[in-house]
Design a protein around this ligand. Structure first.
Ligand SMILES: Cc1ncc(COP(=O)(O)O)c(C=O)c1O
Length: 382
C-alpha cells in the first residue's frame, strides 16, 4: 500500500509504539493515587506537559490532555462560552472541521450570534473583510475559532493578524492546529492564541489522544466533570502510555526538517501528476499555491473524472488517497469546504485529496503517478 492520506491519519511510528508499550507495561498505576507508582505515572504526565509546552512556547500547566481534537475543539468553544456568559458573538469560518463547524452552528441555533469570517478563493480568512464585518456588526468581545491549516485544501491562515483583530475588540481566539502541528512552527504567545487544539494521530501518533492549550488565567468551564485530574479542568483517568508517547514524540520533532522534506516530496508528486496527465485530463490545484499551503497537502480537481470511482480504482492498485476529507467521505453531499471556495458540485465530486507523510519516497510518488495515469485512462474510456 502506498499511503497518501496523512491528512486523515498517520501510521504510528515505531518509537511511538515502543514508548507506549514500555509505559503500559511499566507505569500502569493510576496517576491520581498517592502511592509511589501513582506518583511515577503523574510524573510522566508532568513531563509530557513540559515537553509540549516547550515546543509551543507555553507553560506546562497550560497543557491539558484530551481524547483528541474533537474533544479539544468542543471543550474550547463550549467551555469558553460557559466561562464567559457575557460573550454573545461567535466568529468562525465555513471551512472548519466538523468538530468546530457543527458545534458553532449548534450554538447558533441555541441563540448565539454566529458569524462566518469572509474567506478568499483559496480559503484564507480575508483580514480586511473580517475587520469590516466586525465593525459593521459592532461586535465586541467575540469568541473566534479559526483553523491554522485546513484539512481538505491545506490553506494556512494568518493567525497573528487574526489574533490582533480579536485582541482589538477584547475577544478570545481558539485555533484548531490539528493539521499545522508538526508541520510548521507554532509559538502560542507570538501568535496571540488563547486556546489551541492538537491531535496526536495526525503526526505519527495514536488515536484518541491529544491536548488543549489553555492560556493561563482563562476561565474555561470543564466539558467533562468528574475527578480532580488537571486541577478539575478535565476529569477522567489519564491515558498515561499515550501521553508518554506523545510527549516524547514532540520532543523528538525537528520542525524545519519535516516541513522541508515533506514539501519537497509533495512538490515532486505534484509535478509528476501534472506532467504525466498533461494530455489526458485537466488538473486544478485547489487552495493556495505550492509554496503557500500546508507542506503535505494537495487538493486536486480532475476535470470530468468521478473522484469516488478514481479512489476505488487506485485502492485496487494499492494506493490510498481520499475524496475531500475522510469525515465527509461516504456522504453524498459535495464538500462544504470546496463549495465555500467556489467549486461547483461537479468539480467538488471530481476532487481528490492527496497527502504525503514522513515515509513517502520519490519512488512511491512515481508509482502513484503511474497508477493514476492508468486509472484515469480507464475512467476516460467508460
Ligand atoms: C482540522 C482538524 N480538526 C479536528 C480534527 C479531529 O481530530 P480527532 O480525530 O483527534 O478528533 C481533525 C481530524 O480529522 C482535523 O483534521
Amino acid at each position: 500500500m502506498i499511503y497518501l492520506n496523512t491528512n486523515s491519519t498517520t501510521k504510528p511510528s515505531k518509537q511511538v509504539l515502543k514508548d507506549f508499550m514500555w509505559c503500559a507495561e511499566n507505569v500502569w498505576a493510576n496517576p491520581s493515587d498517592i502511592s509511589t507508582d501513582g506518583m511515577k505515572a503523574k510524573q510522566i504526565i508532568r513531563q509530557a506537559q513540559e515537553q509540549i509546552a516547550k515546543y509551543i512556547g507555553a507553560k506546562s500547566e497550560e497543557i491539558v490532555f484530551t481524547s483528541g481534537a474533537s474533544e479539544s475543539n468542543n471543550w474550547a468553544i463550549r467551555g469558553m462560552l460557559w466561562g464567559y456568559p457575557d460573550i454573545s458573538d461567535i466568529i468562525t469560518t465555513e471551512i472548519e472541521h466538523p468538530s468546530v463547524y457543527n458545534v458553532c452552528t449548534y450554538l447558533g441555533y441555541r441563540g448565539y450570534d454566529l458569524h462566518f469570517a469572509p474567506i478568499n478563493s483559496t480559503g484564507k480568512v480575508d483580514i480586511q473583510k473580517l475587520k469590516l464585518l466586525m465593525s459593521e456588526k459592532q461586535i465586541f468581545r467575540p469568541l473566534v475559532s479559526v483553523m491554522m491549516a485546513n484539512n481538505e485544501i491545506g490553506t494556512i491562515n494568518d493567525i497573528k493578524k487574526i489574533s490582533e483583530l480579536v485582541r482589538d475588540c477584547h475577544g478570545f481566539l481558539h485555533v484548531d492546529a490539528v493539521q499545522a502541528f508538526g508541520n510548521m512552527p507554532i509559538d502560542v504567545n507570538e501568535l496571540g492564541i488563547d486556546l489551541m487544539s492538537v491531535s496526536f494521530h495526525k503526526f505519527g501518533g495514536l488515536k484518541n489522544c491529544g491536548f488543549l492549550y489553555i492560556k493561563e488565567g482563562l476561565n474555561v468551564v470543564p466539558l467533562i466533570h468528574g475527578g480532580n485530574q488537571f486541577d478539575g479542568r478535565r476529569a477522567g483517568t489519564e491515558n498515561v502510555p499515550a501521553i508518554y508517547a506523545l510527549g516524547n514524540k514532540v520532543e523528538r520533532m525537528n520542525i524545519n526538517n519535516v516541513n522541508e522534506s515533506l514539501k519537497t516530496v509533495r512538490d515532486y508528486l505534484y509535478i509528476g501528476i501534472t506532467e504525466e496527465l498533461n494530455d489526458l485530463c485537466n488538473v486544478r490545484l485547489n487552495g493556495a499555491s505550492l509554496d503557500k499551503r500546508l507542506c503535505n497537502n494537495l487538493s486536486l480537481t480532475f476535470e470530468g473524472i468521478n473522484a469516488e470511482a478514481l479512489i476505488t480504482l487506485l485502492d485496487e492498485k494499492g494506493m490510498c488517497v481520499s475524496a475531500g476529507s475522510a469525515c465527509s467521505a461516504g456522504e453524498k453531499k459535495p464538500s462544504r469546504v470546496l463549495k465555500a471556495i467556489g467549486l461547483s458540485d461537479e468539480a467538488s465530486f471530481s476532487t481528490v485529496r492527496i497527502s504525503v507523510g514522513e515515509d513517502t519516497t520519490f519512488d512511491d510518488c512515481d508509482e502513484f503517478v503511474k497508477a493514476l495515469v492508468e486509472c484515469i485512462k480507464i475512467l476516460r474510456m467508460i
